[in-house]
Design a binder for this molecule. Structure first.
Ligand code: MSK
Length: 627
């Protein structure tokens, strides 16, 4: 167990509000993720190394090199077993992001077909711009263009796409490399399905071939499914602009009906937000004794509402259970991904309604509302009405909201960043050339109860900005950065002189919130824009990515599409590959010679900051810039 492993007791040393509510849960005999982790510890070392296989019933097999068990029943050795397991892990993440993206394409299709009135195109300029970019007609009525764009992006989900619509965004030199390596993604759905095929017993038995296909799967996510999710969400719900908001448990209000939206897709959460503003609902809430209705976000659907609407963020992945423990949450409305099944039982210990809304994410014991674009408005009204009813059953003596909210700024889409720079990326390029901004790191992703909550994110960000390295943040790292004051322009006092000067002149924070986990596509797109402007490949840029507290298959897919795009990626915890020295070496070093980037595993965020600084210095020098 590393020194960064965090027990429930240690949690209170780091995040006061978390520790406070963990203590409350103890008094109320409630079990949380940290408790379950302790019960699971020590965890299976063979699984942790990626050396167990349960993909057929000749097994399950445990590969233990050196103990005369160096092969499974089928003959697969450590390298093949690790490669198969990692391939499926990445495919799970890519499938999740891409299926999310498909849901947005389908809503755009319904807008085009005129079969939904709940959703409209809010950013017509972006609709027409993206349509023109991907080669469909941008002329004509909005519904006509929406239908054509949905049809074009829908093609990318099949096997016979003419080539992913967003691939021309990738610098030519990188596309040629992918073609040479045979890892250019051919279809968003095709690559994860092919991974399931390849990892069936007796198909692809070459660990290198499987690793290359893992990269292709991840690229289909980053430049395909996730990019569709981001771009279509912007078209339907609006492209984010800098907006003020608040973060932490303090955004839950004692005298309000509190509705927390949880999951990833803005399709449901945007409707809940609209329904909560309905004067009839607000009157009902007042009649129930509340001052009104308060909507706040959790995890990435929270990031979606935060970016576009300035809706406050109550917490990230590890805070979701604790929001219920405040005793002041009337409803959690969930769509999919990163929603702990434990939330249903926990909500039953309070007056909280847990409302599931996606047919593909069912939660036994919850209330299920089968959201579709055709009924979204009506069902959102039902969900809000349930929350109002729940308020009447709230036990005010159990309410405990231990903190006041912290102010943040959000909404830094690529369009917003370029607009802040005067309409062109040139000032950013000049700042990088001059060394005022020495480079940039995208800090992405989750929390994990094995890691001190928020510590990895915040410590690494501080290490980077003090070295004049701009940080872009997505997903659950956002809450951590916000609580630490790094999402406000005033946070620039923690930055080096160069970055602080840029922040002051533009009025921006040293850490820019760029969205949810699908919105890591914004970061790779921005890197592609910079690389093209400099006439180079992405791998030459002084940039990196980091997931200091990651836990999910999606984070693995993000990390791998970043690496395959040429962006070295730091991980605070190793993936389950250490059982194969060959695969471990390939991931952490060998890939440099293949795609010009690799994974860097470093649990200590201070050390990670120093290593990323060294990487960025090297890239700068190779470009002929001062280190
Ligand atoms: S929600 S994937 S815990 S960022 Fe996107 Fe947060 Fe990670 Fe889920």
């Amino acid at each position: 167990m590393s020194e960064f492993h965090k027990t429930a007791a240690e949690c209170s040393m780091w995040a006061d509000e978390a520790g406070h509510l963990i203590d409350k849960a103890r008094r109320e005999n409630l079990e949380l993720a940290w408790d379950r982790l302790e019960k699971q510890t020590p965890q299976c070392n063979i699984c942790e190394m990626g050396l167990s296989c349960s993909k057929c019933i000749m097994g399950p097999c445990r590969i233990i090199p050196g103990l005369d068990r160096d092969k499974g029943v089928c003959g697969a050795d450590a390298a093949l077993t690790v490669a198969r397991n990692f391939g499926r892990f990445v495919a799970g993440g890519a499938a999740a992001h891409s299926d999310h993206g498909r849901d947005l394409v389908e809503v755009l299709h319904e807008i085009g077909a005129g079969t939904t009135s709940a959703y409209q195109v809010r950013d017509e300029e972006k609709l027409r711009r993206i349509a023109a970019e991907v080669g469909v007609s941008s002329e004509g009525g909005v519904t006509e263009v929406a239908a054509a764009l949905a049809a074009r992006l829908g093609e990318d989900y099949g096997s016979f796409s003419r080539g992913l619509a967003f691939l021309p965004r990738v610098p030519q030199v990188r596309r040629e490399l992918w073609d040479k390596l045979k890892i250019t993604p051919r279809g968003i759905d095709r690559e994860p399905v092919e991974m399931l095929h390849r990892t069936h017993m007796g198909v692809d038995c070459d660990p290198v071939s499987l690793c290359l296909h893992s990269a292709r799967v991840a690229l289909a996510d980053g430049w395909g499914g996730s990019m569709c999710g981001t771009e279509i969400s912007d078209i339907i719900f609006g492209t984010p602009k800098p907006t003020a908001s608040r973060v932490n448990l303090g955004v839950i209000k004692k005298n309000m009906v509190n509705i927390l939206v949880h999951g990833h897709s803005p399709i449901v959460s945007e409707m809940i937000l609209a329904a909560a503003a309905d004067p009839i609902m607000v009157t009902a809430a007042r009649e129930a004794g509340a001052d009104g209705i308060n909507v706040a976000g959790l995890c990435c659907t929270g990031n979606e509402l935060l970016m576009r609407r300035g809706i406050p963020l109550a917490g990230n992945h590890l805070m979701t259970e604790l929001t219920i423990v405040t005793g002041a949450v009337e409803a959690i409305v969930a769509d999919y991904q990163c929603i702990m099944p434990s939330l249903v039982n926990l909500s039953q210990c309070y007056h909280t309604k847990f409302i599931a809304t996606s047919d593909k994410a069912r939660f036994p014991g919850s209330t299920f509302l089968d959201f579709k674009p055709s009924n979204a408005r009506e069902l959102a009204g039902q969900a809000v009405a349930m929350a109002v009813e729940a308020y009447k059953k709230r036990d005010q003596s159990r309410v405990d909201i231990p903190v006041e909210p912290v102010e943040i700024t959000s909404g830094f889409s690529n369009e917003a960043i370029v607009s802040a720079l005067g309409g062109t990326p040139t000032p950013l390029i000049e700042a990088i050339k001059s060394g005022a901004i020495r480079g940039a790191v995208g800090i992405v992703g989750c929390n994990n109860p094995k890691v001190k909550q928020d510590y990895g994110h915040v410590t690494l960000a501080k290490e980077l900005i003090k070295r004049d390295i701009l940080v872009l943040v997505t997903g659950c790292a956002t809450g951590a950065m916000g609580k630490a004051g790094l999402l406000m322009p005033e946070g620039a006092h923690l930055a080096g002189e160069g970055l602080a000067g840029v922040c002051r002149s533009l009025g921006i924070p040293p850490v820019l919130h760029v969205g949810s986990c699908v919105d890591n596509s914004r970061i790779i797109q921005l890197c592609a824009v910079l690389a093209k402007a400099l006439g180079t490949d992405i791998s030459a840029l002084p940039v990196a990515a980091s997931a200091p507290e990651w836990y999910s298959e999606k984070a693995a897919a993000i990390g791998l599409y970043a690496v395959a795009s040429g962006i070295t990626t730091h991980l605070g915890l190793p993936p389950m590959i250490l059982g194969s020295p060959f695969i471990t070496e390939l991931a952490t070093s060998g890939l440099n010679g293949v795609v010009g980037a690799a994974f860097m595993v470093e649990p200590d965020p201070i050390q990670a900051g120093a290593k990323l600084d060294e990487l960025i210095s090297g890239k700068r020098q190779a470009l002929g810039l001062t280190a």
